[in-house]
Design a protein around this ligand. Structure first.
Ligand SMILES: Cc1cc2nc3c(=O)[nH]c(=O)nc-3n(C[C@H](O)[C@H](O)[C@H](O)COP(=O)(O)OP(=O)(O)OC[C@H]3O[C@@H](n4cnc5c(N)ncnc54)[C@H](O)[C@@H]3O)c2cc1C
Length: 400
């Protein structure tokens, strides 16, 4: 670094804060990373991403969304928004490999973890040494998650876990897993009797089998557990309260996480339009489609900003409807936009190119992203389930 950057010292002056981030990013964003990291071995890539997280940490932006008491900068939302806007404007590397570690795990531990759990696990997260995954879904318990059957039986000072998880993103690289298992079968509702555990993925009896996807990559895995012993101190919250705690984990998916993705897409969208000035942009039909998609993109961006403003004003009173609508619109939008690009740009774009593992987009949205866009209508609750929520809980229609 050619000089010391005092980004956090500029809180209170929005313009100066933004300017300082811009200057820091201009100097410190890894140069040409999208080209250099392509085809790099996953282990080496992990070191590069950890190094980038370290650079961010030096200026207080390793975990911009964390409160001060846990080593974050405690930034107001307006400033967090600026951080994510500037990161995407500078096309800085994503930290997708650490998504569960940086968002889902702290959201769970801050609210429900014991002091010992926080002291033990948060340091490894901020320093990028630990990768976490989420083991909620099971074959037969995805949309209907409360039907999960992985069992946890208490035996003295530990629980014995048996069962199977599926679609666990990044489980092949993870040291720890946020895991739901059933400790009691006798509850009135299936939501009762579910408990929440931290599973050390190196525990004997844990087997991880990567799942090959349509892109040829393996970003998720199945996790098999055969008499896996988990110490009692790895239980998060009270036994049987796992369902409520899981809501804290999932709540992270509705705010800044999606904001970052949408801002990155907005940048890519703008560049696609600029680059096409002498090609498809000359075609009136493509131009119309692009303009219509631009309108849709802007409306999603506005909805997310509105949600963040509401969350900042009062997290308990933020609209319950906005996240559902955002989730419903975002997946199909991505599908249509990437499909549009494949059509507009022709054969060259339709070639498969390997993605950089651990980052969501190839350099700009292309064939890989088109294929992956279909996951967005399933991940975090399928769109059919979102429609059920809108019809039953928001519109008050009778249950089907
Ligand atoms: C990219 C991606 C990443 C993921 N990462 C993780 C992860 O890290 N950890 C994890 O635990 N899980 C993860 N998942 C799993 C995800 O949560 C589940 O796939 C999702 O909840 C749907 O469950 P399912 O796949 O079992 O489908 P099912 O629940 O079997 O649904 C199959 C189809 O039936 C429809 N359907 C089901 N019930 C109803 C109903 N009541 N009314 C109308 N239609 C219905 C669904 O919409 C869907 O189209 C991930 C999934 C994806 C795509």
């Amino acid at each position: 670094m050619s000089r010391t950057y005092d980004i956090l010292g500029k809180v209170g002056d929005e313009q100066a804060f933004r300017q300082e981030i811009r200057e820091w990013l201009a100097e410190c964003t890894p140069k040409n990373w999208r080209v250099k990291w392509q085809g790099v071995r996953e282990e080496d890539l992990k070191s590069e991403i950890i190094a980038w997280l370290g650079e961010r940490r030096k200026v207080g932006l390793g975990t911009p969304h964390w409160p001060k008491e846990w080593g974050g900068p405690g930034l107001p939302f307006t400033y967090q928004i600026m951080v994510y806007e500037e990161l995407s404007r500078a096309d800085a590397p994503e930290l997708d490999m650490f998504t569960i570690s940086l968002f889902h795990t702290p959201a769970t531990l801050f609210e429900h973890g014991t002091q010992e759990q926080k002291d033990r696990y948060l340091h490894g997260i901020t320093h990028g040494t630990d990768i976490w995954c989420q083991g909620f879904s099971e074959p037969g318990a995805g949309s209907d998650l409360a039907s999960l059957r992985t069992s946890a039986r208490r035996e003295g000072d530990h629980y014995v876990l048996n069962g199977q998880k599926i679609w666990s993103s990044g489980a092949m690289n993870a040291q720890y897993c946020l895991l739901l298992a059933r400790t009691d079968n006798s509850g009135k509702r299936k939501h009762d009797g579910i408990s929440y555990f931290i599973l050390d993925m190196k525990t004997p009896g844990v087997e991880v089998r990567p799942i090959r996807q349509i892109t040829g990559e393996s970003e998720f895995a199945e996790i098999f557990m055969d008499d896996v012993k988990v110490p009692v101190e790895n239980l998060i919250g009270a036994e049987g309260n796992g369902w409520n705690i899981a809501q804290s984990t999932l709540s992270t998916e509705r705010g800044l996480l999606i904001f970052g993705s949408v801002e990155r897409l907005a940048r890519s969208f703008e560049l696609d339009g600029k680059d096409a000035r002498d090609t498809w942009m000359r075609d009136v039909q493509f131009r119309r489609e692009y303009a219509a998609l631009y309108g849709e993109l802007q409306s999603v961006r506005l909805m997310i900003r509105q949600l963040l403003i509401e969350l900042e004003a009062n997290p308990d009173k933020a609209s319950p409807t906005l996240p559902t609508f955002i989730k419903l619109i975002w997946g199909p939008f991505l599908q249509r936009y990437t499909e549009f690009l494949l059509r507009a740009e022709g054969l060259e774009t339709q070639k498969w190119q390997p993605a950089i593992p651990g980052t969501s987009n190839s350099s700009r949205l292309r064939f890989n992203d088109f294929l992956k866009s279909y996951g967005w209508t399933i991940a975090g609750g399928s769109n059919e389930i979102m429609r059920n929520i809108i019809s039953e809980r928001i519109l008050g229609l009778p249950r089907g």
